[in-house]
Design a protein around this ligand. Sequence first.
Ligand code: SAH
Ligand code: MG
Length: 194
Amino acid sequence: MEELEKIKQKALQDHIPIIMDDTLAVMEKYLKESKPEKILEIGTAVGYSAMCFSKFLAPNGRIDTIEREEEMLKQAKENLKKVGLEDKVHIYEGDAVEILPTLNEKYDMIFIDAAKGKYPFFLAEALRMIKINGIIFADNILYKGYVLSDYNKHKQRTAVRNLREYIKEVEENEFLETQILEVGDGLAISKKIK
Ligand code: SAH
Ligand code: MG
């Protein structure tokens, strides 16, 4: 079995919420067209999505990715080494809420895939760093369908409220052109048009 496939199977077995196949397929279409030089990912987990994206990087392209969980960091580093991507993918270790404000780069693509309650904050930081014609993707934007239903109870209430806020903000932002797709757990695709 190919190394990437092994990493994927182990992550699924360990119930790590890696990107779903249909979501990845949609993103790959954009990646193929744009051949990004710089990608920012919020939420590395074991490095699976970063490895998938790396196939579409421009020749000197790089991925910056942020993760706060020790165990995930350990596995992500091992995995990136195994597939020889440790020089193309830079992992920032710590909470994205603290790390993002310290970054001052411009990215062609930003993938938001971490704490749902922080999506509006991640969006504000992404807007500061996305290039014109760049794309901001947000995974899990429909969160098991809760976001579009009248769901407003239980402990996921804050997450749902913040995901709804994210959708409202990207749809109202005149600098973005947004699509919300019902693939996987929901994917928001926002292109910075001006
Ligand atoms: N992008 C990965 C999956 C990420 S799962 C893939 O598709 O392969 C979400 C990850 O985000 C988890 O590992 C979790 O620890 C991390 N995370 C959640 N909130 C975070 C935060 N505020 N800062 C950094 N990492 C965070
Ligand atoms: Mg996800």
